[in-house]
Design a protein around this ligand. Structure first.
Ligand code: ME8
Length: 671
């Protein structure tokens, strides 16, 4: 069909719990891709929803003392809410309890039955209620379910089977002929490996006597269909397809361009779903993209029972929705696993959003407002630095587009941040403050116009990732998101010229877009009020060259400090390796008011991270660039969740504190 709409799907999620960061991840990725394609093509269709049948959902309803219907109606509210909380512009939210879906599933079952694709057989096997599937004797691990480790029951049952095995070779051929069908490459190999072994048939029924919460099989009324057979069909229900339909409008959507799934459900999509489609006589989707897993900070799978699930509402409340969307897509390659830590989150927020992008936009706007009347200036005299940044802008548009088409969100955002950083460097190189002071208005106009244009181009591209904040920034630059979309389309057709903002348009300075977080937001910090590691040293009494380590967090009991002996031997002192170090970066510790997190160059390959309890006396800005003395062979230790790889020396007297400094290059040894 000529005017086929770009169609992208998320998994439909079980309504046995509330959404967490993992569910948010797939949904945000799909939404970002859909927004970009909508911008490029004029339309796109994003499908998401909930998987409401089956054992797991029934079990949860039972635990809550509710009927399954009351339970799913109650839980779906949390999933609908993602539209607002995460700014998900979905075109349909499908529920497997929707009437059109039930009709499609029943019609498909009947059709496959009529075509001889289904058969009845008696089966004896080990059934795992937790995994909702049968295992053979040899699959079991210590007599338990290999997937869940839970007990299994020996069950003899007559059931209905789908002749999945008969499609094995066709599926292998399809995957081999279409290298992009299963992505990323490593997952494709995994599926081909799975298909090396004989593929069995799929049991697609459950006797109502055992599990009645599902869609009734029309030709076997004592059975409901298996939850996966039901769930996978949601993708075609939403297109409007049904067996035998004469209305061809479903072809506008189907086949889907992308199914986005987590790696946990790749087999069900790559094998069950692909063969089901073959049996239905439907074309296969363009690609099944299995992304990686968000793990807890210590590398564990997130699970409610472990209490390590990251609450996405809390993140949004604390940092805003745009920052959450950005972090999830920027931090890890789509396909790889990633560990979620609040420290990592805060650092990324501060470095990319508050610093790089926040600075660029705030500098561009504030200098124009201060020195050029707050309107978009004309380009006048070149400073000789404009050409490279123009070339980079064109390159960034191309890279962004290619990466977004391939769902490489990390590369796409990375391309824009190359430009953002180049924009900041351009400001530093051209020094508009000096041009202003010298009255060189012709060059000043060029520099600020170029900077505003770079900010605008970055905002316009990033608006599919951060729709609210980038919309706000586009507004500050005197444009609207709709005009920005037009501009992006123009840059895709011909390289940008950095002349998109109409001259003399008034600008709005306003507040910084991404305020810097000096500490972890209170609601998150409160999660960590459990007892902290107690500090080993505190500020000693000695008036000279006293090592300064982290002070205790308020509630922790203070440790008694052993009196330093009156005399030590030279060998004792010789054990301490002292080095001169230069502080190359300084930040407040996200969770401890009194700590600064320093990166100190002591002449090694890379700077050492040193946590110093000096934040009450020194700001990060005051210590940046100072040349200090470091105890370089102190065993690393963790303080409030971050590692300190050494200690700096400071002198203290009463309330006064002074860093011990040196007038020699980093790496010099102190004897
Ligand atoms: O499997 N990291 O639903 P589900 C990344 N109903 N993604 C994660 C994640 C994590 N830690 N945790 C969950 C089902 N996800 C079926 C799907 S589709 C026809 C039926 C995401 O509620 C990821 O997309 O268990 C994963 O595949 C999905 O949630 C599983 O959601």
């Amino acid at each position: 069909m000529a005017d086929k709409t770009f169609f992208i799907t998320t998994p439909i999620y079980y309504v046995n719990g509330k959404p967490h960061v993992g569910h948010a991840y797939t949904t945000i990725a799909a939404d970002t891709a859909a927004r970009w394609q909508r911008l490029k093509r004029g339309s796109a269709f994003l499908l998401t929803g909930t998987d409401e049948h089956g054992q797991k959902v029934l079990q949860k309803a039972n635990e809550r003392g509710m009927t399954p219907t009351a339970h799913v109606d109650d839980m779906v509210v949390h999933w609908h809410a993602l539209r607002d909380t995460l700014r998900i512009e979905y075109d349909r939210f499908i529920r497997t309890t929707d009437a059109d879906h039930i009709a499609t599933v029943q019609a498909t079952l009947q059709d496959l039955h009529d075509k001889g694709e289904l058969y009845e057989a008696t089966y004896t096997g080990w059934y795992s209620p937790a995994a909702e599937r049968f295992w053979t004797e040899k699959d079991l691990v210590d007599g338990k379910c290999p997937d869940t480790g839970m007990p299994v029951e020996k069950v003899e049952e007559t059931n209905w089977f789908f002749k999945m095995g008969s499609y094995q070779q066709r599926l292998i051929d399809h995957i081999q002929a279409n290298p992009a069908y299963i992505r990323p490459e490593s997952r494709r190999n995994e599926v081909l490996g799975f298909l090396d072994k004989p593929l069995g048939d799929l049991c697609i029924s459950r006797p109502k006597s055992r599990m009645g919460w599902g869609i009734e099989i029309p030709f076997a009324r004592d059975y409901v269909t298996y939850v996966w057979f039901d769930a996978l069909l949601n993708y075609v229900t939403a297109s409007g397809w049904r067996p035998g339909t004469t209305d061809e409008s479903w072809k506008k959507l189907w086949p889907a361009d992308f199914h986005l799934v987590g790696k946990d459900i790749l087999t069900t999509h790559a094998v069950y779903w692909s063969t089901m489609l073959m049996a239905c006589g439907l074309p296969l989707p363009g690609a099944i993209y299995a992304h990686g897993w968000w793990l807890s900070a210590d590398g564990d799978k997130m699970s409610k029972s472990k209490g390590n699930v990251i609450d996405v509402d809390l993140l949004v409340r604390s940092f805003g929705v745009d920052a959450v969307r950005f972090y999830l897509l920027r931090e890890i390659a789509f396909g790889a696993d990633g560990k979620f830590s609040y420290e990592g989150y805060l650092n990324r927020y501060n470095a990319d959003l508050a610093n790089d992008l926040g600075n660029l936009s705030h500098r561009a706007l504030s200098m124009t407002c201060n020195w050029l009347g707050g309107v978009v200036p004309a380009v006048e005299e070149s400073t000789g630095n404009e050409e490279p940044i123009l070339a980079l802008a064109a390159d960034v548009v191309t890279r962004f587009d290619a990466a977004m088409d391939a769902l490489q969100f990390q590369d796409a955002t990375g391309a824009v941040f190359d430009l953002v950083r180049a924009g900041n460097k351009y400001i530093d190189t051209t020094a508009p403050w000096a041009l202003n002071k010298a009255g060189d208005v012709a060059k000043l106009r060029t520099v600020l116009r170029t900077t505003l244009e770079i900010t605008y181009l970055s905002a316009a591209l990033l608006s599919c990732v951060m729709p609210d904040k980038m919309g706000e920034l586009i507004g500050k630059l005197g444009r609207t998101p709709a005009l920005a979309d037009d501009d992006v389309r123009a840059w895709l057709a011909a390289p940008p010229t950095l002349r998109s903002l109409p001259e003399s348009t008034p600008l709005t300075l306003g507040d910084p877009l991404f305020p810097r977080f000096r500490e972890m937001p209170a609601e998150i910090a409160a999660l960590f009020t459990a007892p902290q590691e107690s500090p080993v040293e505190t500020k000693p009494e000695a008036p000279v060259a006293a090592p300064v380590a982290a002070p205790a967090p308020a509630p922790a009991p203070k440790k008694e400090i052993a009196e330093a002996p009156a005399e030590i031997q030279y060998e004792d002192f010789a054990k301490v390796k002292l080095r001169v170090g230069k502080i190359v970066s300084a930040e407040k510790h996200p969770k401890a008011n009194r700590l600064l997190v320093l990166q100190v160059d002591i002449g090694e390959e890379k700077p050492r991270q040193i946590l110093a309890g000096i934040a009450e006396k020194y700001t990060a800005e005051q210590v940046l660039g100072r040349t200090i003395i470091v105890v370089a062979n102190l065993a690393p230790r963790k303080m409030m969740g971050m590692e300190s790889q050494g200690m700096l020396l400071a002198a203290s007297l009463d309330d006064a504190l002074s860093l011990v400094t040196a007038d020699i290059g980093p790496g010099a040894s102190v004897k």
